[in-house]
Design a protein around this ligand. Structure first.
Ligand SMILES: Cc1ncc(COP(=O)(O)O)c(C=O)c1O
Length: 373
């Protein structure tokens, strides 16, 4: 018997959205569609495809451990947006999940504590439990937004880090500029802020705060972004953080030497330079979102207005309703996400798809609602 810590024993492994191939194999379904993992439904950028094909012949060599050209492309990308980022303020990783993991493992130790919202991306809890770090999980407000006042109130002398997700997953809700500024004013400067903006590009609310605009107000801040969502590269695993050089330097000491592979680096550069792809992905998402809102209103279904590329919808009152809906749709070849593990057994989360996927989803969703009456 192998002995491991109580913290490891207490971890339930992350359950990703069911892969398409698994559903097709298990249920004998052809052309299943996945609306479960907040991926980009528009496929990969042709420019990324081209860059990847070119890069294949160098796969016998290790990648550039410093990801020089990728980091330069990130700096240039932000420069075009009028955001001043220094090369040494960029940290890249194997998905933003790894970036967050390394930030926590590098920066929080012993009995130092982390404050975060309870209803947020579940990976945080896994990372913190694996690192055996004490966390304060602050319940969301009654309208399912991150409770900024609750987070401020939970900060104590042991707080080393606060993790914020905006827009939040799985709710799609966001905290406003005003709330963020309130937090920045209230929190001691030496507390490290992780601002996870995985869904940044989809957010279009006028009072949505861009974390990068606030770096001077709180220097100990890491703004995390990912290429997995709007840039359409979930499978290649690439994310990054922008933060103070000192923190980036410490994180670079902890990461493994080649934590972004050469294909990810090349794909990332091409994706960041393909403005047309990004623009289209955002448009497809916005149109899909408006369509789904209209349909949910027609069907009288409660949903949370979203700033991301997914929508949380309430299925019924009874505990099993989320599963029933998930299972019904699964047998029609549509994979959505149960959110029971977030304490919401009667809700499901769907990722916004291409219009024909959204329509198909609505067709079977309506059928499900009728069948259960
Ligand atoms: C809020 C949030 N942060 C981070 C991630 C991790 O993304 P990735 O590791 O693909 O960059 C996700 C993925 O779904 C997410 O929802």
């Amino acid at each position: 018997m192998v002995k491991v810590g109580q913290n490891i024993l207490g971890i339930s492994p992350y359950k990703p959205g069911k892969p398409i191939s698994e559903v097709e194999r298990e249920l004998g379904i052809k052309s299943a569609i996945k609306m479960a993992s907040n991926e980009n439904p528009t496929g990969i950028s042709p420019k990324v495809r081209e860059a990847l094909i070119d890069a294949l012949s160098d796969l016998n060599l290790y990648p550039d451990g410093n990801a020089f050209y990728l980091k330069q492309a990130i700096v240039d990308y932000h420069k075009k947006l009028g955001e001043n980022v220094d090369f040494n303020e960029v940290f890249v990783g194997n998905g933003s999940n790894e970036v967050i993991d390394i930030a926590i493992r590098t920066l929080v130790k012993g009995d130092e504590e982390v404050v975060l919202s309870k209803l947020g991306f579940i990976a945080y809890e896994l990372i913190l439990n694996a690192a055996d770090i004490k966390m304060h999980l602050i319940p969301q407000t009654s309208d399912f937004t991150v409770d900024i006042d609750g987070i401020i109130a939970a900060v104590n002398e042991k707080t080393k880090m606060i993790c914020l997700i905006n827009p939040n997953n799985p709710t799609g809700t966001y905290y406003t500029r005003e709330k963020f500024e309130k937090l920045l004013k209230a929190v001691p400067q030496d507390v490290i802020l992780i601002v996870d903006e995985a869904y940044f590009d989809f957010a279009d609310a006028p009072d949505y705060p861009n974390g990068l605009d606030y770096r001077s107000m709180h220097p100990n801040m890491l703004v995390c972004r990912t290429l997995s969502k709007a840039f359409g590269l979930s499978g290649i695993r690439l994310g990054y953080a922008i933060g103070p050089k000192e923190i980036v330097d410490y994180m670079n000491r902890v990461r493994e030497p080649f934590n972004t592979n050469s294909l990810a680096q090349v794909a990332g550069i091409a994706a960041l330079q393909d403005a047309g792809y990004l623009e289209n992905a955002i448009k497809v998402n916005r149109e899909g979102r408006e369509y789904l809102y209209r349909e949910f209103d027609r069907l009288g279904v409660r949903y949370l207005p979203t700033q991301g590329n997914f929508i949380l919808i309430k299925i019924g009152e009874d505990e099993n309703s989320g599963f029933e809906c998930y299972d019904y749709l699964l047998h029609k070849g549509i994979i959505v996400r149960m959110v029971k593990n977030y304490g919401l057994p009667n809700w499901i989360r769907i990722s916004i798809g291409l219009m024909n996927q959204n329509e198909l989803f609505i067709k079977y969703f309506e059928e499900f609602l009728k069948n259960r009456k």
